[in-house]
Structure formats: structure tokens, C-alpha cells
Design a protein around this ligand. Structure first.
Ligand code: ADP
Ligand code: ADP
Length: 229
């Protein structure tokens, strides 16, 4: 089975007054190609979990596996993930096409090939006609699409998103959710997504992990988690 798995993940921060337990023994599995959402209120440990999976944070305890490989000691850049945050950071001095192609450039993909691939992904996100522009010339939703294109251009093992819809207006959120769902289905990309919106989680996910106070309270399909009593 191809999957990403976390076992008994625990993260304790040192804070001035002692210890802050952010994640208290989470266990989760995401089969390849599936969409998992970490859902819960602010401060429940969603971002910390995501950052540990990405390797941006060292866990205090527990293990993270990609298939049979334990990756806890691997640096973020060795884990083959890409991440989109709520504060989108496109390179402002680069045209969108160069933004999208940049992760391929870093990996030494030849120029012709990387622009071809970048245009292909731009087409999937329906932003082909915007790629000659600079980020500052785009709307929030358009920038979001470019950011997603850049994140998936090299087909990472996992695509992690932390509240990516924050800052978009309600109408755009609904559109971007549909877009994201379509793109994820088309590309078969494995996604781990963080949100505090139950509605968003219900619409997007194959699996939902409901977090509260650093623990996973419920884990299942949207229907299992929110079935009528
Ligand atoms: P969420 O993403 O669900 O809002 P976080 O994972 O950001 O939750 O935070 C979980 C808990 O850990 C919170 O109590 C938060 O204050 C604390 N926390 C998060 N990051 C740090 C940090 N770098 N240092 C100390 N405490 C932190
Ligand atoms: P090439 O000619 O091989 O495509 P360039 O050096 O001309 O490479 O860069 C292509 C694009 O990538 C340009 O838009 C450039 O601004 C951008 N770029 C190159 N290196 C960096 C970097 N270290 N950080 C951000 N952008 C970069």
C-alpha cells in the first residue's frame, strides 16, 4: 500500500512558562491519491501536525512514514512535498510562468521541458492566459491558482495546504474549492489540507481528522464523521 502514515505524533514546544503540548499522540494514514483534511478550531494543533509531516518542524515523539520508510530525520527538501500557505508567496520579480517553472529549474530540468510542463499545469488550473503577467498584476484568486500550479508542477509525493482559502471572499472561496477538487481529481495528487471550516472539509475530503486540543477526536470519511445520528 502506498501511503503516508503518522504514528503517535507528539509535539511539545518550550515556552517561557514551561511546556506547550501542541500535538498529543496523533495517528493517521493517507493513502496515495487521497485527500485528507485536518479540521478543528484555532490552536488545536493542525498546523503543527502539517509542519511535522513536511519536515519544517521536528516532532518530540512518534514517527512519520512514507510507505515503509521512516522519514522523521529527513529534511523538508528531502521529503518530496510541496506546501501552500495562506499568505501566498509568489516571487514578485518573476513572471507567473517562471514562478510555476521554478521548482523544476531548481531540480535542473532543461528549459524547454520545464516551460512545457509549466504551461501544461497552467492549463489545468485554467490560467494559461495569465502566465506572462507578474504576480502584482493578478487578483487574489488568480495568484492562488498560480501558487497551486507551482506547488504541483513537479508532482510531489504530497501536496500540503494550510488554510489556503483564508483571505479570499466567500464567492471566490466556493469557486476555488471546486477548482481545487477538480485539479486534485485530474492529477491524482495526494493532499493533506488544514482548515477550520467544516463545510470546506466536507466538500473536499476523502478523509477527515477532527482535532481538538492536540488530539484526533474522530477520523473517517465525511459521512462517517458527520453521519446523522
Ligand atoms: P492550529 O493550526 O490548529 O491553529 P497550531 O498547531 O498552530 O494550531 O498550534 C497548536 C498549539 O501550539 C497552540 O496552543 C499554539 O499556541 C502552540 N504553538 C504553535 N506553534 C508554536 C511555537 N512555535 N511555539 C510555541 N507554541 C506554539
Ligand atoms: P534561465 O536563463 O536558465 O532560464 P535565468 O537565470 O534567466 O535562467 O532565470 C529564469 C527566471 O528565474 C528569471 O525570471 C529569474 O528572475 C528567476 N530566478 C533565477 N534564479 C532565481 C533565484 N535564486 N530566486 C528567485 N528567482 C530566480
Amino acid at each position: 500500500m502506498s501511503e503516508i502514515r503518522i504514528e503517535n505524533l507528539r509535539k511539545v514546544y518550550d515556552v517561557p512558562r514551561g511546556k506547550e503540548v501542541a500535538v498529543e499522540g496523533s495517528t493517521l494514514t493517507v493513502p496515495d491519491g487521497d485527500f485528507l483534511t485536518l479540521l478543528g478550531p484555532s490552536g488545536c494543533g493542525k498546523s503543527t501536525t502539517l509542519r511535522c509531516i513536511a519536515g519544517l518542524e521536528n516532532q518530540t515523539g512518534g514517527n512519520i512514514y512514507y510507505d515503509e520508510d521512516e522519514v522523521s530525520d529527513r529534511l523538508a527538501q528531502e521529503r518530496d512535498i510541496s506546501m501552500v500557505f495562506q499568505e501566498i508567496a509568489l516571487y514578485p520579480h518573476m513572471q507567473c510562468i517562471d514562478n510555476i517553472a521554478y521548482p523544476l529549474k531548481v531540480r535542473g530540468v532543461p528549459k524547454g521541458e520545464r516551460y512545457e510542463r509549466a504551461r501544461e499545469v497552467a492549463a489545468t488550473l485554467e490560467v494559461e492566459e495569465l502566465v506572462e503577467k507578474y504576480p502584482a498584476e493578478l487578483s487574489g484568486g488568480q495568484r492562488q491558482r498560480i501558487a497551486i500550479a507551482r506547488a504541483i508542477v513537479r508532482e510531489p509525493r504530497a501536496f500540503l495546504m494550510d488554510e489556503p482559502m483564508t483571505g479570499l471572499d466567500e464567492k471566490l472561496k466556493v469557486r476555488m474549492r471546486k477548482e481545487l477538487k477538480r485539479v486534485v481529481e485530474e492529477t491524482g495528487q495526494t493532499v493533506i489540507y488544514v482548515t477550520h471550516s467544516q463545510e470546506e472539509a466536507m466538500m473536499l475530503s476523502d478523509w477527515i481528522a477532527v482535532m481538538s486540543d492536540g488530539e484526533i477526536e474522530q477520523y473517517g470519511t465525511p459521512n462517517e464523521v458527520y453521519r446523522e445520528p
